[in-house]
Design a protein around this ligand. Structure first.
Ligand SMILES: Cc1cc2nc3c(=O)[nH]c(=O)nc-3n(C[C@H](O)[C@H](O)[C@H](O)COP(=O)(O)O)c2cc1C
Length: 182
């Protein structure tokens, strides 16, 4: 099984990228993951769709070839950050082959605040539903940076390590249940 991993932050020291690294390192055997590069993705602009930029085609192909997708994203101003929304918008389009359609997806996030990205996650669900992605419902992965959950460098509390183990087992099960058999 192959997963594509989207991180909705371009920040060098991103907690969400650190979380993605933790998840990838703890995947069960037989599951591989590819981190997608979003720094060179332009803003969605329908004018670009007649000749989709190479960076967008690259990411769309990676998603198309993956059995499932994990999206780890910060929350900005109680909402979905532009980086996250922009790539979802691109991947929702016929011009990119609409690779999110029918794709099993799991979401999660970590923030510096007490809301733990839950407002972002509750907004991202209906957006992804509109793309016809199949989003895992539970368990939720919503962390805050610090000793209770995960440090900036990716050290986990015991409870968070246990939760991540359960989360990843559920992701694998979700992808197995809904992956497209080719
Ligand atoms: C523009 C902006 C708005 C933010 N709004 C929120 C917010 O609504 N909720 C929250 O928990 N954190 C908020 N934060 C703080 C982020 O959780 C924090 O910057 C986090 O480190 C971002 O994730 P990253 O480390 O993966 O880049 C905001 C940060 C920025 C830059």
């Amino acid at each position: 099984m192959k997963l594509a991993v989207i991180v909705g932050s371009l920040r060098n020291e991103s907690y969400n990228r650190a979380l993605a690294g933790v998840l990838v390192n703890r995947l069960p055997s037989g599951v591989t993951a590819e981190m997608l590069e979003l720094a060179d993705i332009p803003f969605m602009n329908e004018d670009l769709e007649s000749n989709v930029p190479a960076s967008v085609r690259r990411v769309a192909n990676q998603v198309a070839q993956a059995d499932g997708v994990m999206i780890l994203s910060p929350e900005y101003n109680r909402g979905i950050p532009a980086v996250t929304k922009n790539i979802v918008d691109w991947l929702s389009r016929g011009s990119t082959g609409h690779p999110l359609k029918g794709k099993p997806v799991a979401i999660g996030g970590i923030s510096s605040g007490p809301i733990r990205t839950m407002v972002m996650q509750s907004q991202l669900r209906p957006v992804l539903a509109h793309t016809e992605a199949i989003v895992m419902t539970s368990p939720v992965l919503a962390l805050t940076e610090g000793q209770d959950n995960m440090s900036a460098s990716g050290e986990l509390s015991d409870a968070t390590a246990e939760h991540i183990k359960r989360y990843l087992a559920a992701v694998v099960q979700h992808v197995q249940r809904y992956e497209v058999v080719t």
